[in-house]
Design a protein around this ligand. Structure first.
Ligand SMILES: [Zn+2]
Length: 96
């Protein structure tokens, strides 16, 4: 299960790694181009393992391109990710 998060959530989860985000996004792989690319117009998601997936588009060909950033292995970041997930799930239930 993947949950859509906001850019400020990404900043909270990544902690001091957030400053490397633009570097990470510009070092992504495009399956269509078979080359390194930059992911643009992305939406961040949290997955089951509390890692962040940036789902966006390749700057070169415009096709879909994802950047996976491992978060779950950092205990401090994983705690924040779990907390944000809980809050989002609670607010979703309330909307129903
Ligand atoms: Zn491409």
């Amino acid at each position: 299960m993947e949950i859509k998060i906001e850019n400020y959530d990404v900043e909270l989860i990544m902690l001091d790694r957030y400053e490397h985000l633009s570097f990470l996004l510009s070092n992504s792989y495009c399956v269509a181009c078979k080359d390194m690319t930059t992911v643009i117009n992305y939406t961040p998601y949290l997955n089951r393992l509390n890692d962040i997936i940036f789902k966006g588009f390749c700057i070169n060909c415009g096709g879909p391109a994802n950047r996976y950033v491992e978060i779950g292995e950092n205990p401090e970041s994983a705690e924040v990710a779990k907390h944000i997930k809980n809050v989002l799930q609670i607010s979703k239930k309330k909307k129903k």
